[in-house]
Design a protein around this ligand. Structure first.
Ligand code: GLA
Length: 387
């Protein structure tokens, strides 16, 4: 974190020729279980991880916004609060910022301009929510610099809307909520309908190991949006508001009235909601073998019913699952079509699993895997600007 802080400050000063007034952070996340349940009003169980997006910022006296992307060769986007805010024609990263600023301006038309430098170490395109962390940290910078009194849920909703409207991914609320509201040392059981949540402790004997398959994720947004439409279709055919509103037992009695593919998608979501609630209990009780089963079932359901895994990810999950047995759990995490695997494993198995993956992953992949051993951190906050 220290080196990130000095990097973002140095680049701010070099480009804007003065020192930034304030500094903010928002973390990435890993989802332990509850995949594609958030936009079905369901339950998720993510935790924020020790990888961050940072923003160094100063308010301006005029209505100009200048944004410096340190991780993109210091590209700069500048625009004006008195003109229409449209998507940027070249810089994809800029749209996350523009989307958030546009929504903030809608609610607070009198805010002034701002200079921002962004820098982060959340792996991008890996399913660890680097974009949500970006949206949330930008919203937080405005919130604090202009005393907007936005709650963590407000910050999350602004981030989600920005992504829905400006980037075109119809994502749910999980990623932004955990980045905005996470509690240190805890995962979070979030009800995505009411946005209420409970902190959940991860049993002391388990490490969180994330394995990045480094599979380039293609067609993610379009496949994601298709899944979302299929879920909405299922809910409407079942005559319910959202897939959250039916139990698995009731669903199995009426699933025949749905086209096969739609029933398959719905079954994943409905069963995943139940698994997520059970996982909260398993974690609270320290019941690792139950946790292990639930994560395995979650992965099979994503692979067979929701069809969002890829062979490399299935390979990694099988490899780790065979090694750990019921001493821990492993599954794909995030939106799917590549990305990462999350494993909750005894501390003394971490090195062995890294070695195992390094030894065998070459059988299915030309690129090596990356590993992040993480711990649960707190959500977005203001930091000391010049430590
Ligand atoms: C992405 C989305 C989230 C969620 C997950 C799948 O991360 O941004 O809203 O739907 O996929 O669980």
């Amino acid at each position: 974190m220290k080196s990130l802080i000095s990097k973002v400050n140095t680049h701010f000063e070099r480009s804007f020729h003065y020192q930034a007034q304030s500094l903010f952070q928002a973390p990435g996340r890993v989802n332990l279980i509850g995949e594609h349940t958030d936009y079905n009003d369901g339950f998720v169980l993510p935790c924020a991880i020790n990888f961050y997006n940072l923003v160094a910022a100063s308010p301006r006296t005029d209505r100009q916004i200048r944004v410096l992307a340190v991780d993109y060769d210091d590209q700069v986007d500048s625009f004006d609060l008195d003109s229409a805010i449209e998507p940027h024609s070249n810089y994809l990263w800029a749209n996350y910022v523009r989307g958030v600023v546009k929504l903030i301006r809608q609610r607070f038309p009198n805010i002034s301009g701002i200079d921002l430098a962004i820098c982060g170490n959340v792996p991008q395109g890996a399913g660890l929510s680097s974009s949500a962390a970006l949206e949330v940290v930008i919203a937080q910078a405005f919130n604090r610099l202009f005393d907007l009194d936005l709650s963590p849920s407000d910050l999350a909703l602004i981030g989600q809307q920005a992504e829905n409207q400006f980037v075109g991914c119809q994502c749910g609320i999980m990623d932004q909520m955990i980045s905005a509201s996470a509690q240190r040392h805890h995962a979070m059981l979030l009800d995505c309908r009411s946005l209420t949540y409970r902190a959940v402790k991860i049993p002391a004997q388990l490490s969180i190991l994330i394995i990045n398959s480094n599979v380039k994720r293609g067609l993610v947004d379009s496949e994601y949006n298709t899944r979302r439409l299929q879920c909405e279709q299922a809910a409407s055919l079942l005559g319910i508001t959202a897939l959250r509103d039916i139990s698995l037992i009731n669903f199995e009695q009426c699933s025949k009235q749905l086209p096969d593919l739609i029933a398959q998608r719905a079954r994943h979501v409905i069963s995943e909601n139940e698994r997520t609630l059970c996982t909260e209990q398993a974690l609270n009780q320290g019941n690792i073998s139950l946790l292990s089963q639930l994560m395995t079932q979650s992965h099979s359901s994503m692979r067979d019913d929701f069809e969002i895994t890829v062979p490399e990810i299935d390979f990694l999950v099988d490899l780790v699952a065979n090694f750990i047995g019921d001493s821990g759990g492993v599954r794909m995490t995030g939106g799917g079509f590549g990305g990462c695997v999350v494993a909750l494993i005894p501390h003394d198995q971490v090195d062995a699993i890294i070695a195992l993956v390094n030894q065998h992953y070459g059988a299915v992949s030309d690129v090596a895997a990356d590993f992040y051993c993480c711990h649960p951190v707190a959500g977005t906050s203001e930091l000391q600007p010049h430590e």
